[in-house]
Each structure stands twice: as C-alpha cells, then as structure tokens.
Design a protein. Structure first.
Length: 128
C-alpha cells in the first residue's frame, strides 16, 4: 500500500489530504488530514502475514457538532466511517470507541489472530 499526499485549495488556504491507494491501484475514500495511525498484523491459514492499519482523521465541525473520520485498511470493509460528537474531543473519543468495537469484532471473526506489537496480552489491540 502506498500513501500519497494531495494538496487542494480551500478557502484561500491549502488543505492537505491523503488518498490511500491499495496495491490493486483502487482509490479509497479521502479522510482528510491524518492525526493518528496504528498497525496490526494478521496471519491467515496459509501462514501469510497481512498488515491491517487504522487511520484517524482530524475532527471537523458540522452543523450538528463535530465528526471524526476513521478508516480500517487491510481487512473487512475499508470504507471511511464518521464518529460524531458535540465537540471535537467527544467526536475523537467516539471514533476510538467505534474503532475498538470494529477491531474487536474483526478479531473475533479471525479467531483472535489480529495482533498489535504493543499489546501485552493476547487480544489486546490497545483501544478502550
């Protein structure tokens, strides 16, 4: 997987956005400026190791409060999702909770074979 930085003008300034392009060359959705990432590893039945990455974008204001985009790439749906909150902190906290739920669900489907190098215990993916 490669990461490309794209500059796009917006309101007399430049907004940096990253577009993710899978090895197949397919463009995935843009999530804006990335403020946090984490990588996991999954070993399949054929003993092939795959990297699974989480990307969290900058919380953005909306008419109803804030939203925080996030994306899990490498397994399952790779669609950008939005967590919502009354302010940017709550949107970021909501994103962390939703990421944890998504990863725990994926890990359950994978029989606990998703690993984070920083996790002390088996199944510890480092999210709340």
């Amino acid at each position: 997987m490669t990461i490309e930085a794209v500059q796009r003008p917006r309101n007399d300034s430049l907004e940096f956005q990253r577009t993710f392009r899978a090895e197949s060359g397919m463009d995935l959705e843009v999530i804006g400026e990335i403020i946090a990432t984490r990588q996991f590893h999954f070993v399949d039945d054929g003993d092939n190791q795959r990297t699974v990455s989480v990307f969290v974008g900058t919380p953005q204001p909306t008419p109803a409060g804030y939203h925080c985009p996030f994306q899990v790439i490498g397994i399952g749906s790779q669609k950008t999702q939005l967590a919502h909150g009354r302010d940017s902190i709550q949107a970021l906290q909501s994103a962390m909770i939703l990421i944890a739920a998504r990863l725990n669900n994926l890990n359950s489907e994978l029989n606990g074979r998703l690993r984070w190098d920083g996790g002390g215990d088996k199944g510890d993916l480092g999210f709340p």
